[in-house]
Design a protein around this ligand. Structure first.
Ligand code: FES
Length: 112
């Protein structure tokens, strides 16, 4: 379901329920035609990165959470799920962060 924010005109797509996202792992969630890597923090904040690793295109949504960072399954580069910043190794290109919000019980990702 896509919900339009009447104040800003932005569109948010409901991708799952917050209850469907256990803490401590990376979730591969479909958003329209693409997959995003979602992480739920201990404080119930949720973060999303585009699935494509900026190193060589590995699937970040298939990675693991290591010390709170998404580790790419192909070569182990790590990214801060809150910002997409590369943490290991540095310097390196960041992953693309996607805005996420919680609407009631739902997790929504910015569409445009
Ligand atoms: S493709 Fe992700 S670390 Fe190489």
């Amino acid at each position: 379901m896509v919900q339009t924010d009447t104040n800003t005109g932005t569109e948010w797509r409901t991708v799952c329920a917050l209850a469907d996202l256990p803490v401590g792992r990376v979730h591969a969630i479909r958003c329209g035609a693409t997959i995003v890597a979602l992480v739920r923090g201990a404080d119930d904040q949720v973060f999303a990165l585009e699935n494509t690793c900026p190193h060589r295109g590995g699937p970040l949504a298939g990675g693991k959470l290591v010390a709170g960072e998404i580790a790419c399954p192909w070569h182990g580069f790590r990214f801060d799920p809150r910002t997409g910043a590369a943490t290991v190794p540095t310097p390196h290109a960041p992953a693309t962060s996607i805005p996420v919000r919680i609407a009631g019980e739902d997790v929504q990702v910015l569409v445009n």
